[in-house]
Unconditional design. Structure first.
Length: 74
């Protein structure tokens, strides 16, 4: 089973799409809401590839955002 982390915000449509993608695949993921943690977007660079959400990490490898996810699995 893959270890999947999604760094998200409450209002992010692409975060929702990424979660729907994983739900359709039946893959479990852990969502980390940066707003609830009080993170500044610059902190995303410590865990991902950009300061945008979502930032997705699969098996400890940052893959980027939703578009990167779709490219990787299409």
């Amino acid at each position: 089973m893959k270890k999947i982390l999604i760094y998200s915000t409450n209002w992010c449509r692409y975060c929702d799409l990424a979660k729907m993608f994983f739900d359709k695949k039946g893959w479990n993921y852990k969502e980390i809401n940066i707003e609830e943690l009080g993170w500044d977007r610059s902190k995303l660079l410590e865990v991902g590839k950009a300061t945008t959400v979502p930032q997705i990490v699969i098996d400890d490898e940052p893959i980027g955002g939703y578009d990167d996810l779709i490219k990787l699995y299409s």
